[in-house]
Every structure is written in structure tokens, then in C-alpha cells.
Design a protein around this ligand. Structure first.
Ligand code: GMT
Length: 379
């Protein structure tokens, strides 16, 4: 087996999405393990803010060029070009591409141009289930998966889905996401919680990018049923296209006064740390990183039994799962947890235990380092 490479480029999306979070948290751990890490992207990934130093990790902004002949930007070409510069200038021998489109494609392209830097691609979910499955990107996504030197997926569900959608039979290694259990902890200061809820109120929370796949209207409907039976409040964290519909529905269901839309929020661990229940009714979810972050904060999860969620949330142990769209079942499950103090505490403790064991960085990061060494080993 080849050694773990000294210099690694990480290509990822910068926004508040889970793939950028995982790429950043992993890149920081790899840097802590003594490797020189070069992030490449359209903007500084939001969780990288404050972490760059003279000895790294480094960030290289993807260039762009607007020309009248081009009726749309070419992110893949711009990313390829910047990555090529980084590989050549810094003697990078491995590129970790997070998200197939356009990053794995750009990494493979840069490998062809430079004649070096092997490629490991991590599939995160929507790059396969939504974007990659679009006919407009099908061939390029399949090519990216087939031609990467090594491919990982964040859940067994996603690995299987990738094989089915693209008909590829190559090995796809499953490496689950991890959570920083030292940062995502229960917040016990009552003054922090008092900013959002009265002591007797149950505090429900949802964190996402408010895309249709998240079914944020189900979050509001579940909450409305819960709030009709017990004192409760809902925090909606994040931003995206479905936010206006969720806001309107909260008004229609009479819970607008008990619902707070906080938008994109960098300090998500504090909000999770004071919450009592996390809602994730997505129609599809390759993993559900936000649910894991909630579990680390001892927050039980009520979620849809969709995609890779059952690999993260253990039904009846760390939360409850219900069929997609079954608002009544989710509301019943939420009320069951919130009314039974022992159940609430035992589910919270089990979630924390999962974060400290199966999903701890000390377990997951070495799997990635081993995958890096494998990627460098010619087959
Ligand atoms: O949740 C999103 O829509 C964002 C998306 C992304 O690529 O940033 O998240 C995906 O990757 C996360 C990190 O691996 C997973 O936790 C999410 O489950 C996955 N989202 C979906 O599959 C919808």
C-alpha cells in the first residue's frame, strides 16, 4: 500500500450544504494529521472561516471569465484550470473531489492535463439522486464515477443507488459522515434557551437548505399538530426556495407566532444544543448530517424512513422513523418522545453515544486516510 500523500487538494462546494461541511471538517482533520491541504472552490467554504494559516490549510479561489460569446458560465472548466495550477505549483499528488458535478469531472480533467494527482471522489447524495440522474448530466456523472481512482459514498444506500442509477459495477467504499462531538454538545445554560422558548415549552428544530426534497411543509404540519396538544415552539434554520411556502403555511395553520425562521445561521450547534426534538421529513436523504449533529447534542430525531436516514437514526433507539409524508405518524412520534421524559432522555443519550462511537472523527477520519493511501496505490 502506498503512503498517505503529503499534499492534498480538496474540491468542494462552499455553501451551507452538507457536502461542503463534510469536505471542510475532513480537510481540517487531514491538515491536523500533518498533511498540506489546499481547498479549491468558488468561495471559502463557510466552516473553513478562521482556520487558515501560514502553514495551511490554504484556499484557492476558482477563477472565472465572462465573455459575450458564452451564454452561461463554465464552472467545470474554471475549476479544472485552478486545480491544474494548484497541482503544478504545489506538487499536489491527490485530489479529493466532493460531489460528482462538477468537481469529480474537473479533478479527472486536471489529472489528464497534469499527468499526475490521482482522484478520490466522495458522493454525497443529490449529485447522484437528483443532479447526476438528470439526462443533461448523466453521461458526465457516470464518467466521473467510473474514471475516479477511488470512489466513496456517505451511506450504503447511496452506494447502491449509484450502482442502480448509473449501472456501474466498480467498488464504491461506504464511509459514513462524522460529527465533531466536542463541539456539538448539549447546551445547559438556561439563559441561552430562554432566548428562544419558555421553560415549559418543547423546542422543535429543523435545519436544511429548504429545497423541495426536505419537505419543509411537513415540518410545519407536524409542528402544528404537536403545538395543538402541548406548549411548543419551532426553530427553522437555513434558507432556500421553499421557505416562503413554509412561512405561509405556518400562518395558515395558526402557528406563525410560535415559529421562528432564523435563516442561515453559523452557530447551528448552539441552537441544536438547546433543542428538544429534531425533525427531518425529507423525501430522500443520502445520510442526514444535520440529524447526526442533533444526535450529538442529545436531541432525539423524528424523520422519514428515506434513503440513508435509517443508517444514521436508529428507529426506536435514537428517534423514530415514519413513512415519507406521514405527518400524523411523525406528530404522534414527536408527542410520544416529548411527553415521556425517560424515553426522551434515553433517546438523547443513545444519539450521543452513536456520535461518540460509530460517527466519531477518530473512527471515520482514519478510514479516509486509508482510502487516500489506497487511491495512491496502482491497481
Ligand atoms: O442536503 C442537501 O441537499 C445538501 C447536500 C449536499 O450535497 O451538500 O447534502 C447531501 O450531502 C450531505 C453530506 O454528505 C448528506 O448528509 C445529505 O443527506 C445529502 N442530501 C441529500 O441526499 C438530499
Amino acid at each position: 500500500m502506498a503512503p498517505i500523500p503529503e499534499k492534498i487538494a480538496v474540491l468542494c462546494h462552499a455553501g451551507a450544504g452538507g457536502s461542503g461541511v463534510v469536505a471542510t471538517e475532513l480537510g481540517l482533520k487531514v491538515a491536523q494529521a500533518g498533511r498540506e491541504v489546499h481547498f479549491v472552490g468558488s468561495a471559502v467554504p463557510f466552516r473553513l472561516a478562521g482556520h487558515r494559516g501560514l502553514r495551511g490549510p490554504f484556499f484557492h479561489q476558482v477563477g472565472g471569465f465572462a465573455y459575450a460569446l458564452f451564454d452561461q458560465p463554465y464552472p467545470e472548466l474554471a475549476a479544472t484550470n485552478t486545480l491544474t495550477e494548484v497541482i503544478l505549483e504545489h506538487d499536489v499528488s491527490l485530489t479529493h473531489a466532493h460531489y460528482a458535478i462538477p468537481h469529480a469531472t474537473a479533478a479527472i480533467h486536471a489529472r489528464a492535463i497534469t499527468g499526475r494527482s490521482r482522484v478520490i471522489t466522495t458522493l454525497h447524495g443529490t449529485d447522484v439522486t437528483l443532479v447526476g440522474a438528470e439526462p443533461a448530466f448523466r453521461h458526465t456523472t457516470r464518467h466521473a464515477i467510473e474514471r475516479s481512482d477511488h470512489v466513496t459514498a456517505v451511506s450504503a444506500f447511496l452506494a447502491q443507488q449509484t450502482r442502480e442509477v448509473f449501472g456501474v459495477d466498480r467498488e464504491i467504499e461506504v464511509i459514513h459522515n462524522f460529527v465533531d462531538a466536542a463541539r456539538f454538545v448539549r447546551v445547559t445554560d438556561p439563559a441561552v434557551r430562554a432566548r428562544f422558548a419558555h421553560p415549559e415549552e418543547a423546542l422543535l428544530v429543523h435545519v436544511s437548505n429548504f429545497r423541495p426534497v426536505k419537505r419543509v411543509e411537513d415540518v410545519v404540519r407536524v409542528f402544528a399538530r404537536v403545538a395543538s396538544e402541548i406548549p411548543a415552539r419551532l426553530l427553522m434554520i437555513g434558507d432556500g426556495p421553499e421557505r416562503p411556502r413554509a412561512l405561509e403555511l405556518a400562518g395558515q395553520l395558526g402557528v406563525i407566532g410560535r415559529t421562528q425562521f432564523l435563516g442561515s445561521f453559523p452557530d447551528v450547534e448552539t441552537v441544536l444544543g438547546i433543542s428538544d426534538l429534531f425533525l427531518l421529513p425529507s423525501s430522500n436523504e443520502s445520510f442526514g448530517l444535520a440529524a447526526l449533529e442533533a444526535m450529538s447534542c442529545e436531541v432525539p430525531v423524528v424523520a422519514a424512513r428515506a434513503g440513508g436516514i435509517p443508517e444514521v437514526v436508529e428507529d426506536g433507539v435514537t428517534g423514530f422513523l415514519a413513512p415519507v409524508g406521514d405527518v400524523d405518524a411523525m406528530a404522534d412520534a414527536a408527542l410520544r418522545v416529548l411527553r415521556d421524559r425517560d424515553l426522551y432522555l434515553s433517546m438523547g443519550a443513545a444519539g450521543r453515544q452513536a456520535a461518540l462511537t460509530r460517527f466519531h472523527p477518530d473512527r471515520i477520519v482514519p478510514l479516509y486516510l486509508a482510502a487516500y493511501a489506497r487511491t495512491m496505490t496502482p491497481s
